[in-house]
Structures are given as structure tokens and as C-alpha cells.
Design a protein around this ligand. Structure first.
Ligand SMILES: [Zn+2]
Length: 159
């Protein structure tokens, strides 16, 4: 037992995605966000993340259904955000073979780890489409593929 530790009734923080108020600046860009990741494996353990930089990848060896849920939720958050936070995302499943993603261009550096998910995105009006989210561990950001191509521009909120 560490004599310097402050007694606490709270359980130690392992890894959690939390809603924060007031807004915080993303740790990786100037965007403002209400989402932060608490991870006691890092100092500081509090990292505000915008949807683009917000993959909830926990560093703990111990995985739980809550962690898996938080990871999927962060993928859905990104896909929705790319569509101006409109519509719905469903059936998000991991993609093991990234070359199966239509339009995906593999990184030159083969050792760079990238993760991907296949989801079904339904706009408020219109047809359901296939959406692929790719998380680049190297660049710490998501990429979205739809209609066989990389989506470069985020759809702006329509007034
Ligand atoms: Zn950001």
C-alpha cells in the first residue's frame, strides 16, 4: 500500500469514455468536444477527443464487454459525425481484411497497424449504404470509405 495515496471510496479508474462539461479542446486538434477518455495507463489520464480522433482503444490487457461497447460506440460516433450527426448507424462489425474494403488504399508502410469496421449507415432520407471506418494507429485518426472511395470532406450541418 502506497502511504502517499489519498484514500478514496471510488474504485480505481481503469478505462472509461465519459461525457464532459464544459466543452474541452481535443488533445489532437483545435476541435471542441464533450467526450473524453479516462485511462490510468497514461499520464495525464484524461484525454478529450473529438469524433475524428476519438477511437476508444483501451490500453488495458483486461478487456470487457464495456470496453468493446465503448470501442464500437466511438466508431459509430465518427461515422455519424461525418454525416453532420444525422441518420443512424447500425450493424457495426470489425473487418479483418482491409483489402476487402472497396476503394481502400493500403498504406505503403506495411507495419502500420490499421483497424477497420463495416457499418450500415442510413441517412434521414434515402437509401442505406455501406460505410467503412478505418482507424490508423499511426496517425491516430479515422478514415471513412463509402461508395468505393475515401470520403475526404465531412458533411456540414444543414441548417
Ligand atoms: Zn480532434
Amino acid at each position: 500500500m502506497n502511504g502517499n495515496s489519498v484514500p478514496s471510496i471510488h474504485k480505481p479508474i481503469d478505462y472509461r469514455v465519459v461525457q464532459v462539461w464544459p466543452v474541452q479542446t481535443c488533445a489532437y486538434c483545435p476541435r471542441l468536444t464533450h467526450v473524453a477518455i479516462l485511462d490510468d495507463a497514461f499520464v495525464p489520464d484524461f484525454t478529450p477527443v473529438c469524433p475524428l480522433h476519438g477511437y476508444a482503444q483501451d490500453s488495458n490487457a483486461e478487456d470487457s464487454p464495456e470496453h468493446a461497447e465503448a470501442r464500437l460506440a466511438s466508431v459509430c460516433r465518427f461515422i455519424l459525425w461525418m454525416h453532420a450527426d444525422t441518420g443512424t448507424v447500425s450493424m457495426t462489425v470489425p473487418v479483418s481484411d482491409l483489402t476487402s474494403i472497396p476503394g481502400y488504399e493500403a498504406e505503403e508502410l506495411a507495419e502500420v497497424e490499421e483497424l477497420a469496421w463495416h457499418a450500415s449507415y442510413e441517412p434521414p432520407e434515402g437509401e442505406r449504404i455501406h460505410a467503412y471506418a478505418v482507424w490508423s494507429t499511426e496517425e491516430r485518426q479515422f478514415y471513412l470509405y463509402e461508395h468505393g472511395a475515401l470520403v475526404c470532406e465531412r458533411r456540414e450541418q444543414v441548417a
